[in-house]
Design a protein around this ligand. Structure first.
Ligand SMILES: [Zn+2]
Length: 536
């Protein structure tokens, strides 16, 4: 009997983490990602693992994105000493990404601690440090895809191309139960058909159990050609107004895809020769890794190389590594394209570019990636009139282009198409999606293929037998707080903050120092509260 506990990316998109317990009692992890998007979700990163990291012998990592890899340094700090099996490009990308993630964790803790100090609260340790990230890099054991490895007697595994980002993999696991082998497949994040740079996802024909992602389980992407036209339109619009085009992008894959497309525009003369800045040290490093790993390109990307071009370069492209160069971008008037991270506008240099350009009529904000609930990017997409950046309310007057067709994720049609390859009738667990997306995909799978589906909840444990499954309830005391508790907790926090503010104003400690900005912020808060209340 196999037990699989869904410890992340169940009912949510981020935090991917599945614990597989084999009949022999061995414990295997699939992915170890960071929860992202809002305080509530991110607080999960500090929770207990729900297992002893010291007991895990193997971690399979499907790909380098932080929502799949970003808790590995914490796992190592908490006692994991096993091997991390992943594809060679994933290992290379993790090398730069985990060090960068550790730096962000250290900075976040430092910022929080300055705040805590002012409020008389205790110190907070970073989730993990650069040292933890360095220690975790030593445990990576890269393995070419398509090779079968024996993880332990009775447990075999193979990675297959998932077509999502460079090095991304599907995981096939064969587990013997009383000498009867059965197969579990984790799709990882699946790419769409004809995605740029990487080859199409490997077609898998058989499984007893399938864990499939559902990031876009309820959506269909706009066509890729339409999306390219929209990008040209955004660029031409802001060039005609002499303003900037801001593209928030994930450092890995999305950034390289945008460079690839801009390169094509350049070769075809579709856009004017304005400066293009790649303003992200992480994305610059990732782009170098993409340049090196040509053997993983698809035919189209290889053809560009054979014609003598670098798919990720053009004459007007500048890599801005230092902070000084980054600041200088906004000191220069005139049109330019700026690609910067983070992809959901929650951290990094993109915040500075948004602060400088979001309020400018004629500027463009081009959203090319998934925006999780609670992030600044999501607010912009949903049409917020103002967003908060660096404790300031910045008006949104720039034109927002949400371009869906550049997604590195399969949409509903792609996912169903990929499932149609299965000749066996797997039982399907729909994960890695917001609940509505996962449920919508589960329903489609049932209708179209007559397969049994289940959408596991966070911390739910699944008991799998050859061709049989039972679902245990997640433990009551550990279950995620419901909406009502979350709202009540937030109200208590707010009340405390207000009490403190009142006290400080009364004691005149702050009386003279309240400026218009602060009064503005209070008014804004009041408006937001009224908006929430009027929404019922
Ligand atoms: Zn991903």
């Amino acid at each position: 009997m196999i037990r699989i506990t869904c410890l992340g990316a169940a009912g949510s998109v981020t935090g991917s983490n599945f614990l597989v317990e084999s009949p022999g009692g061995k414990k295997i992890l699939v992915d170890c990602g960071l929860f992202q998007g809002g305080k509530q979700m991110e607080s999960r990163n500090r929770e207990d693992w729900g297992f002893d990291p010291g007991e895990i012998e193997t971690l399979f990592l499907t790909h380098a994105h932080i929502d799949h890899s970003g808790r590995i340094p914490k796992l190592v700090r908490d006692g994991f000493k096993g091997q991390i099996i992943t594809s060679p490009p994933t290992a290379e990308l993790c090398h730069v990404m985990l060090l960068d993630a550790a730096h962000i964790q250290e900075m976040d803790a430092e910022w929080q601690n300055r705040k805590n100090k002012r409020q008389g609260k205790g110190e907070l340790d970073p989730l993990y440090t650069t040292e933890d990230a360095e220690a975790s890099l030593k445990l990576f054991s890269p393995m070419e895809r398509s090779r079968v490895v024996e993880v332990e007697p009775g447990v075999k595994a193979r990675l297959r191309n998932a077509g999502h980002i460079l090095g991304s993999s599907i995981l096939e696991l064969w587990i013997e139960e009383k000498s009867e082998p059965f197969k579990i497949v984790f799709s990882g994040d699946l790419g769409k058909q004809n995605q740029l740079i990487v080859r199409d996802p490997h077609e898998v024909f058989d499984a007893d159990y399938l864990f499939i992602e559902s990031t876009y389980g309820n959506r269909k992407h706009r066509s890729f050609e339409d999306s390219k036209d929209e990008l040209v339109e955004a660029i031409r619009y802001s060039v005609s107004k002499d303003e900037k085009i801001i593209i928030p992008a994930f450092a890995v894959e999305r950034t390289q895809e945008i460079l690839y497309i801009l390169g094509e525009f350049h070769r075809k003369g579709l856009i004017p020769d304005i400066p293009i800045y790649l303003d992200s040290p992480l994305a610059i490093k990732a782009t170098e890794i993409f340049r090196k790993n040509k053997k993983y390109y698809d035919d189209e990307a290889q053809a560009i190389v054979e014609e003598g071009y670098d798919p990720f370069d053009m004459p007007n492209l500048k890599f801005t590594e230092s902070t000084r160069e980054s600041i200088a971008i906004n000191e220069k008037a005139g049109s330019a394209i700026i690609i910067a991270g983070s992809g959901m506008c929650t951290a990094g240099r993109i915040k500075h570019h948004l602060k400088h350009n979001l309020w400018r009529e004629g500027a463009s904000i081009v959203i090319v990636g998934f925006q999780a609930k609670g992030t600044t990017g999501r607010k912009i997409v949903e049409g917020a009139k103002r967003v908060r950046i660096f404790r300031e309310n910045v008006a949104v007057r720039a034109k927002v282009f949400t371009i869906g067709g550049f997604s590195a994720h399969a949409d509903q049609d792609d996912l169903l198409e990929w499932i149609s390859n299965f000749e066996s009738k797997p039982r399907v667990f729909v994960v890695h999606g917001e609940l509505t997306a996962s449920e919508a995909l589960a329903k489609k799978i049932q209708e179209r293929f007559n397969l049994e589906t289940h959408v596991p909840r966070w911390k739910q444990r699944l008991v799998l037998k050859p061709r049989e499954a039972a679902y245990e309830e997640p433990p009551g005391e550990e279950a995620a707080p419901d909406m009502q508790t979350m709202v009540l907790n937030n109200i208590v926090d707010l009340e405390n903050e207000l009490k403190m503010l009142k006290k400080r104003v009364k004691s005149r400690e702050m009386g003279d120092r309240i400026d218009e900005d602060e009064i503005d912020r209070l008014k804004y808060l009041q408006e937001e509260l009224q908006a929430i209340l009027s929404n019922g």
